[in-house]
Design a protein. Structure first.
Length: 189
């Protein structure tokens, strides 16, 4: 059943979804630069811009090292991604004080990247299933930084080429109703 909006929204909010079928081709020239550019313009508290993206392009030693970080359920379909990214943020401001909204701001930046990927006809799939400690070593995470997620980005492939159980799940999912997460004045009892 196609996604249905309960109130008018721009169509790309519904048509974006986290596919797992990648074609195995490299990213189009300049695509990664544009995705990072989209992330660059995300809003952040005090314009602190705490997000950090560490990327690895397919076919490189770094891609293999990033792929090795992934949980078993993410490894098979990520093999054919054009790039793998680790999304992190700096947890302090320039004056050394805590950046209380670093995670929130970085979430906004990742969503900008994901939406731009979708608008280019690419797939961007966020992942929490990976070894965070090893990732910190692999990317050389500085001490006042935190890792949030990884992202697989690539050209879309054919659903039929995905192995099971991924093939059967390769379709957009649904959402709870707005009433489950938005409340006037106070949480509903
Ligand atoms: C932070 C984060 C972590 C996620 N972790 C994984 C993951 O490890 N493996 C996976 O297959 N999908 C993962 N997902 C994808 C979610 O399952 C997906 O976004 C959610 O089901 C909503 O579906 P949609 O993105 O297709 O709209 C993750 C998404 C986010 C934002």
């Amino acid at each position: 059943m196609p996604r249905q909006a309960a109130a008018p929204v721009a169509p790309f909010f519904l048509s974006r979804w986290s596919g797992r079928a990648f074609s195995g081709e490299p990213l189009p020239d300049g695509a990664l630069a544009s995705l990072l550019e989209a992330a660059r313009w995300a809003p952040s508290s005090g314009n602190n811009q705490p997000w950090r993206f560490v990327y690895a392009l397919s076919g490189t030693a770094a891609f293999k090292a990033f792929h090795d970080l992934l949980a078993p359920g993410n490894k098979p379909w990520c093999k054919k991604a054009g790039a793998l990214l680790v999304v992190a943020s700096r947890t302090t401001r320039d004056d050394g004080s805590p950046a209380g909204t670093h995670a929130f701001d970085t979430g906004a930046a990742w969503m900008s990247l994901a939406l731009q990927a979708h608008l280019f006809g690419l797939v961007a799939h966020g992942m929490g299933g990976f070894d965070y400690e090893k990732a910190a070593q692999v990317i050389g995470l500085p001490s006042d930084h935190a890792i949030h997620c990884m992202v697989a980005v690539g050209r879309p492939g054919r659903r039929e080429d995905l192995p099971e159980p991924y093939r059967g799940r390769e379709e957009p999912n649904d959402r709870r109703a707005v009433g489950a997460f938005a409340f006037e004045g106070r949480f509903a009892g």
